[in-house]
Structures are given as structure tokens and as C-alpha cells.
Design a binder for this molecule. Structure first.
Ligand SMILES: [Zn+2]
Length: 219
């Protein structure tokens, strides 16, 4: 399997990169910069992870997304909401607040163009089950729909693959440990400060994943 890996620099994408390298050859890691708050930190994390795995790495700039979207992820005037709990209505509200229109659809379609030109047969994405409940473009159904569309829009028909799509964050944390992913290189925070904030939804999910790994280590 030759894969293009979508690499945001977060835990899920790092685990999928490691997994893709184990299953076959990752011919390119792609990082998208779309004006998100954490773009610089994410690029740095992705660059280091790609170098660690010896995978060619490229940044794709999508500056227009910041201009057409008003959500907190790109809009500096809005606060990124801090959910008290990561489920139910609260999570729904948070999800809407960080929504970027057709983000994963764009990423996958851009990766598909690279896949055809590089002769890659897989596009590896860092989906997970938790986000799939609030983001419809993080689901197996969406992956299947993309595969159907790519059969029309590419000659080599690459498949969208995600090793973590059925896992929650704790399971992904465990997979990271099994695959010896260098977790110190990962950047998960929605914000772009010196340190990860530890409070935003993404940080909370990472903390839970790491806590599960520690518990497993003690048990
Ligand atoms: Zn954070």
C-alpha cells in the first residue's frame, strides 16, 4: 500500500501516520493551513513527525477558508468554547463553534489529486469515533461516500482509510503507545500559544487519551 497521509500534527493523525508506515509506504504527508489559530504549532508538529518517520512532507495553504468562515477556530475575535462535558448538547454546541465548511471533504479531494499523481492507492485520515458523533464528516459513511466519488474523479481510485475511525480517544492513546508514537511531538490544542492550553475540547480529549495510557501502564 502506498499512502498519502493527512497530518495535522495531532494525536489521531500521528497514530495514523505511524500505522500507515507499518502497513506500507507513506509517500507523502500533507498538512493544511487554513488560517486556524494553531496553524504554526500544527505545522511544526507535523514537520517533526514526518521527519521522524522519514516521510516527505508538504504544506497546502487554503487561505480562503479563513475568509469565508466565521467560526472560532479561525476567527480570532471569537472565543473557542470550553465544554464542561464532552457529550450531548454541550459537545454539539462546541462542534458547531469550530466547524469549518467542507473541511475534510476539501482535504480528502486535494489529497486524492496528489494520490493520483504519485500513484498512491490510499488516503489515510485521522478520524475517531468520538468526533464522528458530532462531525458527520468524520464518519465511516463519509469515507464510503468519498470512495464512491473518487471512483469518478480519479483514474487510480484511491481509497480513504482511517485506522482509528472506530476508536475512542483512550483506544487511540493505547494505539499510540503500541506503535511507539513520539507523543512529545504531537500538538492537539485548538490555540496556538507557547504551551497547549489544557482546557479546550481538543486538549481535554488528548488528556483523556494519555490518562488511559498511564492507567494501562500501571495495570
Ligand atoms: Zn487547548
Amino acid at each position: 500500500m502506498k499512502a498519502i497521509v493527512l497530518l495535522s500534527g495531532g494525536l489521531d493523525s500521528a497514530v495514523n501516520l505511524a500505522w500507515a508506515c507499518r502497513e506500507g509506504e507513506a509517500v507523502l504527508a500533507l498538512t493544511f493551513a487554513y488560517g486556524q489559530r494553531a496553524a504554526e504549532r500544527e505545522k511544526e508538529a507535523a514537520r517533526r513527525l514526518a521527519a521522524f518517520y522519514g516521510v516527505p512532507w508538504q504544506v497546502v495553504e487554503l487561505p480562503f477558508l479563513a475568509e469565508i468562515t466565521r467560526t472560532a477556530l479561525v476567527n480570532r475575535e471569537k472565543e473557542v468554547p470550553v465544554p464542561a462535558e464532552l457529550s450531548g448538547e454541550e459537545a454539539e454546541r462546541t462542534a458547531r463553534a469550530v466547524w469549518v465548511p467542507n473541511r475534510n471533504g476539501l482535504f480528502i479531494n486535494i489529497a486524492a489529486a496528489f494520490a493520483e499523481s504519485l500513484g498512491a492507492d490510499a488516503i489515510v485520515v485521522g478520524f475517531n469515533r468520538e468526533e464522528g458523533t458530532t462531525f458527520p464528516d468524520n464518519t465511516p459513511e463519509f469515507m464510503e461516500a468519498c470512495n464512491r466519488a473518487l471512483a469518478f474523479s480519479t483514474l487510480n481510485r484511491p481509497r480513504v482509510v482511517s485506522y482509528t475511525v472506530a476508536m475512542d480517544k483512550a483506544q487511540i492513546g493505547m494505539a499510540a503507545r503500541r506503535l511507539r508514537v513520539p507523543l512529545q511531538m504531537v500538538w492537539s490544542c485548538y490555540h496556538g500559544g507557547e504551551e497547549q492550553c489544557g482546557r479546550c475540547e481538543s486538549c481535554q480529549r488528548l488528556k483523556r487519551a494519555l490518562a488511559a495510557v498511564e492507567q494501562e501502564g500501571e495495570g
